[in-house]
Design a protein around this ligand. Structure first.
Ligand code: FAD
Length: 339
C-alpha cells in the first residue's frame, strides 16, 4: 500500500461545509488533507444545483451555488489544502499513537491528529422512479439534476415531485422552456412558502401547468428520446403529457456507505454530535454539516459553516497539544500572508 501522508486534520467531504472547515482550520494553523468521492469539490451545490441561486448565505442576497463554491475555494486556497478527489474514504482506524488513519478506495492513506467528517448525506444518488424502460432515457431525456438551464430552452419539460427542487426548478425553467408541467400526487407542496406562492402565480399566468393529483406511470419514446410521459391518478385514470424531457425530483437516497461501519454513534442515518464541540462518540473525530445531527439541527449551509468553526476549535488541542488557544478575530493574527 502507498506510504502514509501526515497532516493535522483530515476532512472527509469537500462540500461547502468541508471547504469552509479548511479555512477555519487554517486560521488556527492546522493543515488539512481533504477527500471526496466526487471528482470535483462542492458537494451537493456543485453536483445537484450549480445554477440554482441560494438566498440565505449571509452577505449575499443571491448567489448561484457554483459561485458560492468558487468563493469558498478561493477563501481556503491560501492555506494550501491537499485534495484527494474521486476517491471514497473506506476506512477510518485509530493508530497506536492515538491519531487516525484515513484510507480511501484508491489506496491513499492519510495519518491525521483529528478527523472532521463533512460527508453530507453520504454517498448520494437520486431516488429513481420505478418506471419500465427508465434506463434507456436516463442521461438523454430524463435527468435528476439540472446542470445548465439553457439545455431546456424551447423544450416541453415535465417536472415530478413536491419538494423544493421541483418547485424551484419549475419556477426557474419557466423562463426558458416552451412548457413546464408539474406532476405531484397531492395538491400540497413541501417547499418554501415563498416559492410555492411564486409557482402558483406562474400557474395563473399560464406559464406552468399543474398536473395534480397525478403520479408518473409510464414513458413513451424511443432511442432515449421521450415523446410523452404517462401519468395516472390514484384511481388509475391515465393520460399522456407530450414532453421532451422528464426531471424527477424525488429526493436523494441516503446511503451512508462506509461511514456506517466506523463505530460512530448514529441517529437515523446521521452522525450524532455534541452541538457545542461537534464531537462524535469517538475521540478526535468531529462531524459537521448535513451529516451531523443534534436536537434542533437545521440542515442549512450556514449552520454547517458555524459547525466548521466549532469543530476547528475543538480539534486545536489535538493538533497543538498544550498550547493555549487565544481566540482572535480574522482581522487580527492568523490571517494567511497576503490577505
Ligand atoms: P454535501 O454538500 O452533501 O457534501 C458532502 C460531500 O461528501 C459530497 O461531495 C460527497 O461526495 C462526500 N462524501 C460523502 N461520503 C464520502 C466518503 N465516504 N468518502 C469521500 N467523500 C464522501 N441549503 C441552504 O442553506 N440554502 C439553500 O438554498 C439550499 N438549497 C438546496 C437546493 C437543493 C436542490 C438541495 C439538494 C439542497 C439545498 N440546500 C440548501 C442544502 C445544502 O446543499 C446542504 O445543506 C449542503 O450541501 C450541505 O453541505 P455539506 O458540505 O455538509 O455536504
Amino acid at each position: 500500500s502507498s506510504p502514509e501522508q501526515h497532516t493535522d486534520v483530515a476532512i472527509i467531504g469537500a462540500g461547502p461545509v468541508g471547504l469552509f472547515a479548511i479555512f477555519e482550520c487554517g486560521m488556527l494553523r492546522m493543515k488539512c488533507h481533504v477527500v471526496d468521492a466526487l471528482d470535483m469539490v462542492g458537494g451537493q451545490c456543485a453536483a445537484l444545483y450549480p445554477e440554482k441561486p441560494i438566498y440565505d448565505i449571509p452577505g449575499y442576497p443571491s448567489i448561484d451555488a457554483a459561485d458560492l463554491i468558487d468563493r469558498l475555494s478561493e477563501q481556503c486556497a491560501s492555506f494550501n489544502p491537499v485534495f484527494h478527489l474521486g476517491q471514497q474514504v473506506v476506512g477510518l482506524t485509530r493508530t497506536a499513537d492515538d491519531r487516525w488513519l484515513v484510507e480511501t478506495s484508491t489506496g491513499t492513506r492519510i495519518n491525521a491528529a483529528a478527523v472532521i467528517v463533512a460527508a453530507g448525506v453520504g454517498a448520494f444518488g437520486p431516488n429513481r422512479p420505478p418506471l419500465d424502460g427508465l434506463e434507456q432515457f436516463e442521461g438523454k431525456s430524463i435527468h435528476y439534476l439540472v446542470r445548465r438551464r439553457l439545455d431546456y430552452a424551447g423544450k416541453r419539460v415535465v417536472i415530478a415531485g413536491g419538494g423544493d427542487s421541483a418547485v424551484d426548478w419549475a419556477i426557474s425553467l419557466a423562463e426558458v422552456a416552451a412548457k413546464i408541467m408539474v406532476v405531484h400526487r397531492r395538491p400540497k407542496f413541501r417547499a418554501a412558502p415563498e416559492s410555492v406562492a411564486r409557482m402558483d402565480q406562474l400557474t395563473k399566468e399560464g406559464r406552468i401547468e399543474m398536473v395534480v393529483p397525478y403520479q408518473l406511470s409510464g414513458l413513451e419514446g424511443s432511442d432515449g428520446q421521450l415523446t410523452g410521459v404517462r401519468v395516472a391518478t390514484l384511481d388509475g385514470e391515465e393520460k399522456v403529457l407530450d414532453a421532451d424531457v422528464l426531471l424527477p425530483f424525488f429526493g436523494l437516497s441516503m446511503n451512508l456507505g462506509p461511514i456506517a461501519e466506523w463505530g460512530l454513534e448514529l441517529e437515523r442515518h446521521h452522525i450524532k454530535i455534541e452541538q457545542s464541540t461537534c464531537a462524535t462518540s469517538a475521540p478526535g473525530i468531529f462531524a459537521i454539516g448535513d451529516i451531523a445531527t443534534y436536537p434542533g439541527k437545521l440542515k442549512l449551509i450556514l449552520t454547517g459553516f458555524a459547525e466548521a468553526a466549532s469543530a476547528a476549535h475543538s480539534a486545536f488541542p489535538l493538533v497543538h497539544p498544550g498550547e493555549v488557544l487565544h481566540f482572535e478575530y480574522s482581522t487580527t493574527k492568523g490571517m494567511p500572508a497576503g490577505v
